[in-house]
Design a protein around this ligand. Structure first.
Ligand code: GRF
Length: 203
């Protein structure tokens, strides 16, 4: 399965996916890593792994629509069948999402539908939640609102801080994102009727 990974920063999810893919573990081939931030640390990781990289800077485009058109054009050159968002901090336009309908995944550091958007660890602490976690979901036009495919949970303890939660959630991310990719590559996962399906069963 040819994929493109979109990042904006550290790229730790991208690294884990690319490493497993390189070992032949995921039936997945990372064709390109694209960042909207030229300084994203993940770009260096991808280059060191000999994965083609692309940088597309939003400031060089007059508006969101033209950025997304350029994004589509660049990505099409690599013919990915799946777009994997891994810490990509930009909202995609409906046109972009429509071009890859049911073929864009995202990982979000909360137990969706709780805490869409930013600062999820802080909001979990403020709410006094007993558990927290991470979700992999299909991307739809609704921000962090597409159908959830897989979640991983962690308990929240009184000693937890944003940093400690972030670190533990990240470990979960690195476990579940590759698994979901493998399901997709195996043809076990689908997006249909606004729902995620695994092995023909609605999730
Ligand atoms: C992760 O926490 C992910 O859930 C969120 O952005 C972060 C990306 O981390 N969407 P990394 O760049 O993969 O290290």
């Amino acid at each position: 399965l040819p994929i493109a990974i979109l990042i904006s920063g550290r790229g730790s999810n991208m690294r884990v996916i690319a490493e497993q893919a390189a070992k032949g573990a995921l039936m997945t081939d990372v064709r390109v890593v694209l960042s909207d931030q030229p300084t994203a640390a993940g770009l260096g990781i991808a280059r060191a792994m000999n994965i083609p990289t692309e940088v597309l800077e939003p400031s060089k485009f007059p508006d969101r629509a033209s950025f997304d058109r350029a994004l589509l054009e660049v990505l099409q050159g690599y013919a990915p069948e799946l777009i994997v968002l891994a810490g990509f901090m930009r909202i995609l336009t409906p046109d972009f999402i429509g071009a890859y309908a049911g073929r864009i995944l995202n990982i979000h550091p909360s137990l969706l539908p709780k805490y869409r958007g930013l600062h999820t660890h802080r909001r979990v602490l403020e709410a006094g939640d007993a558990e927290h976690g991470v979700s992999v979901h299909f991307v739809t036009e609704e921000l962090d609102g597409g159908p959830v495919i897989l979640q991983s949970r962690i308990p929240v303890t009184p000693a937890d801080t944003e940093d400690s939660l972030s670190a533990r959630v990240q470990q979960c991310e690195h476990r579940i994102y590759p698994r979901v990719l493998e399901w997709y590559a195996q043809g076990r996962l689908a997006f249909r009727d606004h729902h995620a399906w695994l092995d023909g069963k609605r999730l």
